[in-house]
Design a protein around this ligand. Sequence first.
Ligand SMILES: NC(=O)c1ccc[n+]([C@@H]2O[C@H](COP(=O)([O-])OP(=O)(O)OC[C@H]3O[C@@H](n4cnc5c(N)ncnc54)[C@H](OP(=O)(O)O)[C@@H]3O)[C@@H](O)[C@H]2O)c1
Length: 326
Amino acid sequence: MNLTVGSHSIYLSDGNKIPLIGLGTYSDPDKTPKGTAYESVKCAIDFGYRHFDGALVYFNEHEIGQAICEKIADGTVKREEIFYCGKLWNTFHPPELVRPALEKTLKTLQFDYVDLYIIELPLAFKPGDTFFPRDENGKCIYHKADLCATWEALEACKDAGLTKSIGVSNFNRRQLEMILNKPGLKHKPVSNQVECHPYFTQPKLLEYCRQNNIVIVGYSPLGTSRDASWVNLKCPPLLEDPLLVSIGKKHGKSAAQVVLRFNVQRGVVVIPKSFNQKRIKEDFEIFDFSLTEDEMKAIEGLNKNIRFVELLMWSDHPEYPFHDEY
Ligand SMILES: NC(=O)c1ccc[n+]([C@@H]2O[C@H](COP(=O)([O-])OP(=O)(O)OC[C@H]3O[C@@H](n4cnc5c(N)ncnc54)[C@H](OP(=O)(O)O)[C@@H]3O)[C@@H](O)[C@H]2O)c1
């Protein structure tokens, strides 16, 4: 693993660096008081976070941007020290909609550029400003996607300086290969953001991505918020796993810190979400201990190959990524 000493970052294939831990920022907008994301990002910066994972569809980019801009204005950080990842939503896949969608994110954040812009899902929906378009029966309206054409529009955004790096999310091997083998490919995807934690360790996708210099960014690294409206609750709570708790005890760490350290130690970037000051701090304190080889192996052995985030409501989409083995 190409670790840069001191900065807790790894290199992406285009030469940019990504901090190994970022703050996840998804929280149900209907259940989250206004200002929570803003306060959380400000305190995360004070605790040392420099990487933030956001999306237009999280509906809180204005709070995240405001917090970061204020921390830049008061001299706590410089813009170039911040790494912000934004995401292209499913209704903006047609190439002509990609740049306007990114520009909307930039305007909301009050940024000139993002550090990483990724295709959030390989699932195109009916284009437009209705994020969840539905027919009269309430069924999501899909759109015929050409992921390669969408990718070319992302390449153009990078060339225009609107994003430093470009990547994907929730892509399976076939979909990654489609981009990597695209005739005339100008920029390779630097990262693939996918679910990754000890109950879903992604050994095959991880190996494939390693071979192709694609960094895996692990989402839901703590096992999600277990929100029944979108999480597969058949999978037991990750942080209550007795092995993780006992390894944590040995190191004077929590199960949360153990699972984050596990991924970071094998070169997987983690983006835990917390909007609680104590836990935001706790999740960042993973660089002052390491897991032994035996502990890493034992944690790998917990893999159940079950997703918390199955997205079954879109499983009949032609590009649904999770029918394939990986
Ligand atoms: N690309 C995609 O399709 C995709 C999908 C899912 C997620 N994501 C990204 O990944 C981020 C993280 O994933 P996630 O939000 O699904 O779940 P997660 O980070 O695995 O877990 C978040 C939950 O863990 C709690 N938590 C945080 N730190 C904790 C600690 N130290 N001890 C105990 N509980 C703790 C949080 O509650 P508190 O806030 O109360 O601390 C929250 O309920 C998202 O926010 C988003 O940025 C991307």
